[in-house]
Design a protein around this ligand. Structure first.
Ligand code: AVI
Length: 323
């Protein structure tokens, strides 16, 4: 695998800045969900995808396995593929297999973590006629880099799977897709995975599983702050909370202080006071209707071309075309 890297603000400085601003504000304390994914957090997320209560990843994979050839029919023969957040790459195999039958194919997974890129290459390197060029970068910068490298006559097919779009703040999903659209040419394609609305109990079980894996995933964010920013969070003094926010149609994860306490975060030059029961909001996972996805596409410069829905665990993969 070839690796392309985009320079940016040093990651540790950005992390310290985000933690300082999220924990020192008045009102609801917050931490950006992207920081859940250090090496341990990514391993815990992989474990979440195997939980019986968390059907999202299996639904996404079922759609891709069953419909990869139907999806490929919409994609022009001369194409290259890029994926925003490839993770291990396992989900992508059926799509690459369906497209490579038409000739050699270049696949550009974009990941912030070199470990994820390495495991993606391990997973997919046996696929014949597919060359993998990893891009170690944030999504939009990485996609701009990929778009710059394409030949004039080549179509670009972007994958954004797993309902990661649902983890953006309200309104930020459309803003992000508009920025993706600006990087593309009219006629390029985007396959967008979105988790759909389902009964509240089922959603809460998925985000507050009885084995405590999601709790460990959430609490690890405090452990990461301890490790990387010289802080002294006592993880036992916080508990994982998952709640459904009706107004935003999102499952929210929080970390709730079991008691009043204060925590020093030395690399942020900060001591944070927590009241008993106060929470840090760590993630939102928006749940869509199929119609929401069509409206989101419209609002961001795409048109819906086709949509595949898993009935067992309501989840949609929608093929959007850049208008
Ligand atoms: C990555 N993302 C789509 C997951 C989700 O379901 O929102 C992250 C996750 N958080 C808790 N469990 C899984």
């Amino acid at each position: 695998m070839t690796n392309l890297t985009t320079p940016g603000i040093p990651a540790q400085k950005q992390f310290a800045d985000d933690v300082r601003s999220g924990l020192s504000r008045g009102g609801q304390k917050e931490l950006p969900s992207k920081y859940l994914y250090d090496n341990l957090g990514s391993a815990l997320f992989d474990a979440i995808t195997l939980l019986p209560e968390y059907g999202l990843t299996r639904a996404d994979e079922r759609i891709l396995q069953r419909h990869a050839r139907d999806i490929a029919k919409f994609i022009p023969h001369r194409t290259m593929v890029s994926e925003l957040g490839s993770g291990s790459g396992r989900k992508t195999r059926p799509i690459l297999n369906a497209l490579r039958t038409r000739g050699p194919l270049a696949y550009y997974p974009i990941e912030i973590s070199s470990a994820a890129l390495a495991s993606c290459e391990m997973e997919l390197r046996d696929i014949e006629s597919v060359s993998i060029v990893g891009v170690e970068s944030e999504y939009l910068a990485g996609l701009a880099e990929v778009a710059e490298r394409r030949a004039a006559d080549l179509h670009l097919f972007v994958l954004f799977l797993g309902s990661t779009i649902g983890n953006f703040d309200a309104g930020a999903d459309a803003r992000f897709l508009r920025e993706v659209r600006q990087t593309l040419r009219a006629g390029d394609s985007l396959l967008l995975g979105t988790d759909l609305i389902k009964p509240r109990d089922q959603l809460i079980d998925a985000y507050h599983d009885p084995r405590g894996v999601t709790a460990a995933f959430n609490l690890n964010l405090l452990g990461r702050i301890n490790r990387e920013l010289d802080a002294d969070f006592d993880l036992r003094q916080f508990e994982h909370v998952a709640r459904f926010n009706e107004a935003t149609q999102s499952v929210e994860m929080h970390l709730r202080a079991r008691h009043e306490q204060s925590v020093a975060i030395r690399d942020c030059g900060l001591t944070v006071a927590f009241a008993a029961g106060e929470t840090i909001w760590t993630e939102s996972s928006h749940k869509y209707t199929p119609q929401d996805v069509a409206e989101l596409a419209d609002a961001s410069g795409f048109a819906m071309q086709a949509q595949w829905i898993d009935e067992k665990w309501p989840f949609a993969n929608s093929l959007l075309v850049a208008a």
